[in-house]
Design a protein around this ligand. Structure first.
Ligand SMILES: [Zn+2]
Length: 99
């Protein structure tokens, strides 16, 4: 993949791979995240959230790490599989923290 000037760059390859993986809508959002004036660790956290790269039990299972059923659950509520969606959006414990 080439950039707008017709030159291959690491950035153009990165953008092509990211577009292929996420789609253009999320690409625009993740690009906006880098421009917001927030601490770098928060930017990285948000970016990892949107590229599905936060360390969760679901990620370990996807990498064929053997976990017992009790080890797969959310450490906060101990009620569901620890997924990014669960921990950020639907965990009852985390919901109280957000509020
Ligand atoms: Zn939970």
């Amino acid at each position: 993949m080439l950039d707008g000037t017709g030159v291959f760059t690491v950035r153009s390859a990165y953008n092509a791979l990211l577009t292929q993986a996420l789609g253009t809508q999320q690409i625009r959002f993740t690009c906006v995240v880098w421009k917001i004036k927030i601490p770098p660790k928060v930017k990285i956290f948000i970016w990892r959230l949107f590229v599905n790269a936060l360390p969760t039990k679901e990620q370990l299972l996807n990498k064929n790490v053997a976990l017992q059923a009790y080890q797969q659950r959310c450490p906060f509520c101990n009620d569901a599989l620890e997924t990014i969606h669960h921990v950020i959006f639907s965990c009852c414990y985390v919901d109280r923290v957000w509020k």
